[in-house]
Write a protein that binds this ligand. Structure first.
Ligand code: HPA
Length: 242
């Protein structure tokens, strides 16, 4: 089985697996954020992609999501575990918690968000944006890894790269959002268009604006994800996908 892994801010490799080298794939949509790092583990082949580039050169609104998903498709990847750092809106969540999102709201704009072209209309169903089998597998892995996690949560995706205002977060809470990030869309909807099974695994990096008493900084986000790196790797190591 070929499994894709998208690492967000603070997750750039998976050392526990057997690293076999890099694979650079060009696509009709341009170059992906980075070359894939290829790993092997118990008969599976893992294609790791740093969403923001190897040196974190692409902010969320400038990631070439179409090239990234298209490269996974070209590589023959069947399932993507996508990791992301988010702000916590739901009061039950604390920094360091893991959320396996179960639904999502798209608040992005101006991004190349579809593979559909003139004459190739593609109204995908995205009622449930995440693959139920993969969500189950990740939940099982979190359970067996002994992690503090929630298997429910609505991810609202903003355009960034700025953080939100306190009033925006209050409004988002009213809309039913539990976590806020900047990279879920169009990544998850493009994966659905490409018919690749996709799951989001979010790490709460900070309390969202107006909830946190601190000024929000990118350093805080990266620092919390770095501290959670071990947990994320355990999820990958223990996930059983077939
Ligand atoms: N808002 C949006 N995106 C984020 C946040 C946040 O508070 N934290 C990490 N990514």
């Amino acid at each position: 089985m070929k499994i894709g892994i998208i690492g967000g801010s603070g997750l750039y490799s998976i050392e526990a697996f057997n690293y076999t080298g890099e694979e650079k794939i060009d696509t009709d949509y341009g170059e992906p954020s980075a070359a894939f790092k290829i790993y092997e583990y118990y008969g599976n082949r893992y294609y790791f992609l740093a969403r923001h580039g190897a040196g974190h050169e692409f902010p969320p609104h400038l990631v070439n999501y179409r090239a990234n998903i298209s490269a996974f498709k070209k590589a023959g990847v069947d399932a993507i575990l996508s990791f992301a750092a988010v702000g916590g809106i739901n009061a039950d969540l604390s920094p360091g918690d893991i959320v396996i999102s179960d639904n999502a709201i798209d608040f992005t704009n101006g991004r190349n968000h579809t593979f559909a072209t003139k004459g190739n209309i593609h109204h995908i169903d995205i009622t449930e944006p995440f693959c139920p089998e993969l969500r189950k597998a990740v939940k099982k892995s979190c359970d067996s890894s002994g992690l503090n996690f929630s298997d429910k949560g609505v991810y609202i995706c903003t355009n960034g790269p700025r953080m939100e205002t306190a009033a925006e977060i209050k409004a988002f809470r009213g809309m039913g959002a539990d976590i806020v990030g900047m990279t879920l869309f169009p990544e998850c909807s493009l994966a659905r268009e490409a018919e690749i099974c996709y799951v989001n695994i979010s790490v709460v990096a900070n309390d969202a604006a107006g909830i946190s008493r601190n000024k929000l900084t990118a350093d805080e986000v990266v620092e919390t994800v770095k501290k959670s790196e071990d947990k994320l790797k355990r999820i990958i190591l223990n996930v059983d996908i077939d």
